[in-house]
Design a protein around this ligand. Structure first.
Ligand code: FMN
Length: 330
């Protein structure tokens, strides 16, 4: 069974995960979420076929797989639809000894992924999914999990059958993003469906979808009995959300980060990204993150315009410090 690994009270508090997000959950962002209380981290999705076929020197795969010691326990997420490649990739990543588990992506709605039968398209093919999980289960003695949706569309919400199949095939945990593929990220996540999965399975069930505040987290756990939560968009520019959820679950008052803390976090994120990708790339990659950090603060729109045209790290740092000064002076 998949027990929560870290928690506040050393009891069975729900596991809080950072949901995988391609293009976002690289090691700099994951490290910041871990420091703020995320119990488990997951890599961005990695193509099983790409990983097996990539030359050892492939920079793209080296970067996707780069982790820091403070990230443990970290899970590697694979996508694909070929049982052979998925089993080999699962075995290869387990053998590194770096990852505490391997996760299969059965949720990605992007046409370039589903078009080849991967991601959420696997929900339409239970026999193939069985084969895939059998191979992955054999290839890794570590934890195996599945991140799934409710089904392909409103007419094929087969989440109970799919989740039970995952359990039968030896998965140690499922994480359910409570939407169908055709919903993508729109509409409201159907937490009631997660409650049904939780009641039907013996293995732990993690809820995913629409947890943006500690109050959402409390409600999601109450309404579903889930063993944990995976937080995605709620953590963007907001790694504090993990600590805030833990405080509120422990009966402590919620506390919001101050403008100084937000600026410090953004500056640290910028430095970590520069270490990871080099200064020039960091300036570009950090545009979205910095906009998220500034969201809701007075003058954010003007600062965002300047961020999007800044050409150097020092220019970005100046914009962030200036934005803080404008908020805190006068
Ligand atoms: C930009 C972006 C990238 C994502 N990439 C992945 C991914 O690589 N693997 C995956 O399983 N889910 C991915 N997701 C889905 C999230 O993990 C999560 O299921 C979804 O955002 C719903 O959770 P939320 O309401 O907490 O954001 C991605 C979502 C976003 C917004």
């Amino acid at each position: 069974m998949w027990e929560p690994i870290l928690n506040l009270n050393n009891d069975k508090t729900p596991v809080l995960m950072l949901a995988p997000m391609a293009g976002i959950t690289d090691w700099p962002f994951r490290v910041l979420c871990r420091r703020q209380g995320a119990d488990e981290l997951v890599t961005e999705m990695i193509s099983a076929m790409g990983l097996i076929q990539a030359p050892k020197s492939s920079r793209a795969y080296r970067q996707l797989l780069l982790t820091k010691p403070e990230e443990a326990p970290i899970i590697a997420q694979l996508f694909g639809n070929d049982p052979g490649y998925l089993a080999r990739a699962a075995g290869q990543l387990s053998d590194t000894g770096i990852f505490s588990g391997i996760d299969l992506n059965v949720g990605c709605p992007a046409p370039k992924v589903t078009g080849s039968g991967s991601g959420a398209a696997l929900m339409k093919d239970i026999p193939l999914s069985r084969l895939i999980l059998a191979g992955m289960r054999k290839a890794t003695s570590g934890r195996l999990s599945v991140k799934m949706r409710l089904g392909w569309d409103g007419d094929s919400r087969n989440y109970l059958d799919y989740a039970l199949m995952c359990q039968d095939m030896g998965a140690d945990r499922v994480c359910v993003h409570a939407r169908t593929r055709t919903q993508q990220y729109s509409g409201k996540a159907d937490w009631g469906a997660v409650a049904q999965v939780k009641r039907a399975l013996r293995i732990p069930v993690v809820l995913n979808g629409d947890v943006f505040t500690p109050q959402d987290a409390v409600r999601a756990l109450d309404e579903t009995g889930a063993d944990g939560l995976a937080v995605g968009r709620g953590a963007l520019g907001n790694p504090w959300l993990f600590g805030r959820i833990k405080r509120v679950l422990a009966g402590l008052p919620d506390s919001m980060p101050s403008p100084e803390e937000i600026t410090d976090m953004a500056l640290i994120h910028l430095q970590l990204m520069a270490r990871f990708k080099g200064d020039a790339r960091a300036v570009i990659e950090m545009r979205k993150h910095l906009s998220w950090y500034l969201r809701g603060s007075p003058g954010a729109a003007q600062a965002r315009t300047r961020i999007n045209t800044a050409g150097s790290l020092s220019e970005l740092e100046g914009i962030l410090r200036g934005h803080l000064l404008a908020q805190t002076s006068g």
